[in-house]
Design a protein around this ligand. Structure first.
Ligand code: SAM
Length: 351
């Protein structure tokens, strides 16, 4: 057994390096956020540019710009091809806000000071199990968004960007031909539902969310050309969900809430299900035991604790909340290679 009092004991360079690298993670996130705010990737574009050229266009101080570009090159967002000559890498290109598969808004929201305030109190959150967002701001996260439309629009865009890969994969990975109307519960700006409706022209859709959640939806549905087949319904999923659908899609919603709240939302979906209808939960599954490959999921789990009071769940935990809502899980499938999301299909328990 290691003697922790042994003064001759020296940590390996690898172990020290790992800890230091982890500690620098929040600085890396802020470096990416600054790159997005200064439009560094758009300015460099497909060319090779010097720091002075970037500074002139961004309106920034040249020497500080050199320091930012070097840091971005170290993080793999840029490449320094020759001294003071930078290009954008394929990963860096995702910071271009104009790309359809951009992650710029996602970078923005994870570096957003309002989102990070709850994290300053992670120790308190762990000591008490409380949602520290509420103790810092005196209100819960979604009511806070309602009062801050700019942040709400940024959040909606970040959710859309986080969902775009799933919106591209889901239409092929699930048999939608059995259904006529899909309701997306807490569907935000409609990125996911648009993906499904576009690939399945016989389907109609209902996009259900709060007023602020739906604020950007008309633009998204219009961009995908599905606005004629999709109605927008404003409401509160703790009170009810719209009737008239035979598939209730619910992505990245249950993880925002504790078990009792998740059961309430699922119970409303259960009450609206016609015979033969299904609920389709789209969320990642926590593995039964921790694996390093799923480190991001455990960080997301803490984020849910601190910012919204929710949690990520294992397969058994999803089955349990479904069961409490009068639903039985009928299948669980992985969405696809490189996508942590799973499709958890559930049907009403009858009799
Ligand atoms: C994490 S986002 C997920 C959005 C979308 N389903 C996705 O995966 O991109 C949570 C969504 O739940 C919505 N929401 C929060 N509280 C709600 C409520 N009480 N009733 C209906 N929608 C709500 C938010 O407006 C937001 O669009």
């Amino acid at each position: 057994m290691a003697d922790t009092n042994d003064e001759t004991q020296v940590a390996s360079a690898e172990d020290r390096g790992r800890v230091v690298q982890l500690v620098l993670g929040s600085l890396a996130a802020q470096t990416l956020r600054a790159a997005v705010r200064l439009r560094v990737v758009e300015i460099i574009g497909a060319k090779e540019r010097s720091a002075a050229e970037v500074a002139a266009e961004a309106g920034t101080q040249p020497q500080a710009t050199t320091r930012l570009l070097r840091a971005l090159a170290g993080l793999g967002i840029l490449q320094e091809r020759a001294p003071d000559s930078y290009t954008v890498t394929s990963a860096g290109a995702l910071l271009d806000a104009g790309r359809p598969d951009s992650l710029a808004a996602l970078v923005g929201i994870f570096g957003e000071p309002v989102m990070l305030r709850a994290w300053e109190h992670l120790d308190e959150g762990v000591r008490t199990g409380s949602t520290t967002f509420a103790s810092v701001f005196g209100t819960d996260f979604f009511p806070y968004l309602k009062e801050h439309p700019e942040l709400s629009a940024q959040f909606n865009e970040a959710m859309s960007q986080a969902t775009s890969a799933t919106a591209a994969q889901l239409p092929q990975r699930y048999d939608f031909s059995r259904f006529t109307t899909v309701a997306d519960i807490g569907g935000g700006d409609g990125t996911l539902l648009s993906g499904v409706l576009r690939e399945h022209p016989a389907l109609t859709g209902i996009l259900y969310d709060t007023e602020e959640g739906l604020a950007q939806a008309p633009r998204t549905l219009g961009r995908h050309g599905v606005e004629d087949r999709c109605s927008l319904v404003v409401g509160d999923f703790f009170r009810s969900v719209p009737e008239g659908a035979d598939l209730y899609l619910i992505k990245s919603i249950l993880h925002d809430w504790d078990d009792d709240q998740a059961v309430t939302i699922l119970g409303h979906c259960r009450a609206a299900l016609p015979p033969g209808g299904r609920v389709l939960i789209v969320e990642p599954l926590l593995p039964a035991a921790v694996t390093p490959e799923t480190a991001g999921l455990y960080l997301s789990d803490l984020n849910m604790l601190l910012n919204v009071g929710g949690r990520e769940r294992t397969r058994d935990e999803f089955a349990e909340v479904c069961d409490r809502a009068g639903l039985a899980v009928t299948s669980v499938t992985q969405l696809g290679e490189g996508n942590a999301f799973c499709l958890i299909e559930a049907a009403a328990v009858t009799g």
